[in-house]
Ligand binder design. Structure first.
Ligand SMILES: NC(=O)c1ccc[n+]([C@@H]2O[C@H](COP(=O)([O-])OP(=O)(O)OC[C@H]3O[C@@H](n4cnc5c(N)ncnc54)[C@H](OP(=O)(O)O)[C@@H]3O)[C@@H](O)[C@H]2O)c1
Length: 221
């Protein structure tokens, strides 16, 4: 089963809003899961949120889903390796989009976890060298994505080394109502995007909201 875009771990908190918003914009989305039946059941559930003329959301196992030309990784950091094992063979030629944030919690609250490769995205790029890896969606909270009838009203920060892949993901981000894809620079800057979440959690806890990032004075023509 090949769609235009696969969401690996699409059964989870981030998958729902992303899948529904993209399908509503005309993208054929495949939900990937470790369990094909769970992927298919989630896809059926999410398709109920779509108009009859939208492309249907389908679901399958992660390896099959990852044959799509764009593969979004939406799995927990702790399970990254197992999930990369599952998709490495099929995602070799894909634009792989990582939203994975290496995050730990201790008595003081959330904190970034250091990744030997520099960032999760660089780790993925080393692990699947033929993939064109891009970071995006790291700073969007799932309740914002999942409020599918509300505009996202945030910038989606996109980091990557492959200019064409970055433009592809910016165009994808721009499909989400009220969102704006913004290129921030090279893939190595992913470590900055991946470590912003503890800051956002701090803000959201203090002010009881789901704040995201919006650059001021940035006009994109
Ligand atoms: N939640 C947020 O607000 C947010 C915001 C920005 C970025 N992120 C990042 O986006 C990624 C996905 O976040 P999420 O909140 O959507 O994650 P999640 O709901 O906890 O998990 C997403 C999916 O990952 C799959 N998965 C694969 N291996 C797993 C394992 N060993 N244990 C548990 N689940 C496993 C599960 O799908 P199957 O069981 O069907 O395989 C699960 O439904 C994370 O890396 C996170 O850092 C999250």
């Amino acid at each position: 089963m090949t769609g235009q875009l696969a969401i690996i771990g699409g059964t989870g908190a981030m998958g729902r809003g992303l899948a529904v918003r993209l399908a509503r914009s005309g993208v054929e989305v495949v939900i990937g899961s470790r369990d094909a039946a769970r992927g298919a059941a989630k896809a059926e559930e999410l398709s109920a949120d779509l108009a009859p003329d939208a492309p249907v959301i389908t679901g399958t196992d992660n390896a099959s889903a990852a044959r799509a030309p764009i593969v979004v990784l939406a799995v927990p950091f702790e399970s990254l390796e197992d999930n990369l094992d599952a998709i490495a063979a099929s995602a070799g030629g894909a634009v792989v989009v990582s939203m994975v944030n290496p995050l730990g919690f201790d008595a003081t609250g959330p904190h970034p976890i250091s990744v030997p490769a520099g960032s999760v995205a660089e780790h993925i790029a080393a692990r699947i060298p033929t993939a064109r890896v891009v970071s995006a969606f790291n700073t969007v909270a799932s309740p914002v994505l999942n409020a599918v009838d509300e505009p996202v009203d945030e910038d989606i920060l996109v980091a990557g080394d492959d200019a064409e892949a970055v433009e592809t993901v910016i165009a994808l981000a721009n499909r989400l109502e009220g969102a704006r894809g913004v290129a921030v620079g090279a893939l190595r800057l992913s470590s900055v995007l991946e470590s912003l979440t503890p800051v956002l959690i701090g803000v959201n806890k203090r002010y009881r909201t789901h704040a995201g990032v919006r650059f001021s004075r940035l006009e994109i023509r």
